[in-house]
Design a protein around this ligand. Structure first.
Ligand code: ADP
Ligand code: MG
Length: 551
């Protein structure tokens, strides 16, 4: 037998441990959830391997797939054991010495930020294994890989180094022994641990045995009949998969039989961590086949712009032993992706019809992803177009409206939909572009976010009407002139043709470096001049963004 070797934690891991140990003690309970979730992940991985290879061929293939929790109040020990995939020596060194998930400093900065702002956000980052040091003075991990190689023990007190030594006689899987700190003795008490499991881990798809007794009901909620599922069960399930304590904003549970058998349970969260400044989020939907997890945080089962969704998609039509690589160019996966994305967008449309105010809440929080969808994914443009909301010259301040609403207010001979970009309503309304629109009573969409002009030009048209930026040179506004209310006290000054031509000539000469052309226009009402765009693709707002390199 070899003696123990000592290793330094990677610098980032040290920082993470410092945050975990010193700032997160108010959220201590989550360490049990994290360890159980690792055990469940390891069991899922083993189950997947045994489907590919046949369990007879795998080391300790006969062992039941379950999680066992043992408590020792006297010795202040909490032990969590799984019969999952296990870790080799190298894996112990790599997985429990570095930040496996994301070794970057950004992650740490975000984590420190979250710890400062709102500790309950921490769960959503998955602090993971290191959370064991919130309650553990010492943590021991004994593990043996499914490849049958010799088992090892990893030990650390979380302060800078850990040791690894051989540990003969282990079964396949992992045992995490937490030697509880002073003040954390409750985690060796059955009532305490049981209540944490009920709160956080009720939906783990493997039996959790607490001192010999199974404490969770293993079930795949999404495969049950909708009418039999209570709202609370849905809410609990959501909290479990999303690692949050609030309820979701929306829920969609649906199944199809033909031509594809799909069962999907999808949630929209309350918050958008990305706009709260936490960087790009991982996709939140997991792919199952006959209740067996085949792709966690799947990047392929939904388009990237739907990454904010949480939930489960289960299809028995998929081959169980499909590899992650093969999922990417699987035609069936592409079909499922299309069916579910379209169904979800239809769901949003229905929700908006039922409750526009509720939908506007969604739009405010997640609308940016739908805009991303339009600019990145041609396939869903028509559906996404219906879900857009913008403020317009005829909408109430702060209450955006849909393009369909806009169409209801078209002037009799109006052929196009018009929009104009500006930093806010007031700035747009005091600018020259809007004058003729006002005069003809033609509604003008205000695109206030920098990305909006891209979105509308990618969209191109809506229900057969072209989307046109109001700063284009050649506008063909329909609409009757609005009856002029203000009384004319002075005779309208008339510009002599020759004087006008001279003025144009003079301006062209003066501005020849800056503009392509100068011409006489009838679009202005009060302003003497306006700068417009030659009829290209880019609006002036888009040009500004491109010039600033922001897109
Ligand atoms: P994450 O679960 O997000 O990957 P963790 O910090 O929780 O991050 O775990 C780090 C890694 O350690 C895991 O990705 C996994 O490879 C390994 N690991 C942790 N616990 C176990 C376990 N019980 N069995 C097998 N591997 C484990
Ligand atoms: Mg984990």
């Amino acid at each position: 037998m070899t003696t123990a070797t000592t290793h330094e934690f990677q610098a980032e891991t040290k920082k993470l441990l410092d945050i975990v140990i010193n700032s997160l003690y108010t959220e201590r309970d989550v360490f049990i959830r994290e360890l159980i979730s690792n055990a469940a992940d390891a069991l899922e991985k083993f189950r997947h391997e045994s489907l590919m290879h046949g369990e007879e061929e795998l080391f300790d293939g006969h062992m039941p797939l379950e999680i066992t929790i043992d408590l020792d109040e006297k010795k202040k020990l909490l032990t969590i054991t799984d019969t999952g995939i296990g870790m080799t020596k190298d894996e112990l060194l790599a997985n429990l010495g570095t930040i496996a998930h994301s070794g970057s400093n950004t992650f740490l900065t975000q984590l420190a930020e979250a710890a400062r702002k709102d500790v309950s956000l921490i769960g959503q980052f998955g602090v993971g294994f290191y959370s064991a040091f919130m309650a553990g003075a010492t943590v021991r991990v004994r593990s043996r890989s499914w490849d049958g190689s010799e088992g090892h023990e990893w030990v650390s007190d979380g302060t800078g180094t850990f040791t690894v030594s051989e540990c003969p006689g282990l079964h396949r899987g992992t045992k995490v022994i937490v030697e509880l700190k002073e003040g954390c003795e409750d985690y060796a008490k059955k009532w305490k641990v049981e209540s944490i499991i009920k709160q956080y881990s009720a939906f783990v798809p493997f039996a959790i045995k607490l001192e010999g007794e199974t404490v969770n009901t293993v079930q795949a909620l999404w495969t049950r009949n909708r009418s039999e599922i209570k709202d609370e069960e849905y809410a609990e399930f959501y909290k479990f998969i999303a690692n949050v304590s609030e309820e979701p904003m929306y829920r969609l549970h649906f199944s199809t039989d033909a031509p594809l058998a799909i069962n999907a349970l999808i949630f929209v969260p309350k918050d958008n961590l990305e706009i709260m400044g936490f960087g790009k989020i991982d996709p939140g939907v997991n792919l199952y086949c006959q209740r067996i997890l085949i792709d966690q945080h799947s990047e392929t089962i939904l388009p990237e712009w739907l990454r904010f969704l949480k939930g489960v998609i289960d299809s028995e039509d998929l081959p169980l032993n499909i590899s992650r690589q093969a999922l990417q160019d699987n035609a069936l996966v592409a079909k499922i992706r299309r069916v579910i994305s379209k169904r979800f967008l239809k769901f949003l449309e229905e929700e908006a019809k039922k409750d526009e105010t509720g939908y506007l809440e969604f739009w405010k929080t997640f609308g940016i992803y739908l805009k991303e969808g339009i600019t990145s994914d041609f396939e869903y443009r028509t559906e996404l177009g219906k879900l857009l909301r913008f403020e317009t010259s005829k909408s109430a301040d702060g209450t955006p409206v849909s393009l369909s609403d806009y169409l209801l207010r078209l002037q009799p001979d109006q052929q196009e939909i018009y929009y104009i970009n500006g930093p806010n309503r007031a700035a747009i309304e005091s600018g020259p572009y809007i004058e003729m629109f006002r005069k003809k009573d033609v509604e003008l969409i205000y695109t206030i976010e920098p990305i909006d002009d891209f979105v509308l030009s990618y969209l191109g048209e809506f229900e057969g009407k072209k989307l046109v930026s109001a700063d284009k040179a050649d506008l063909k506004l329909g609409g009757e002139d609005k009856p002029v209310e203000e009384k004319k006290e002075q005779a309208e000054p008339v510009l002599d043709d020759q004087v006008a031509a001279d003025l144009v000539g003079w301006l062209k000469e003066k501005l020849k470096e800056q503009v392509a052309d100068v011409s006489i226009s009838k679009r202005l009402v009060d302003s003497p001049a306006v700068i417009v765009n030659p009829d290209g693709f880019m609006t002036s707002s888009m040009e500004r963004i491109m010039a600033a390199g922001r897109f």
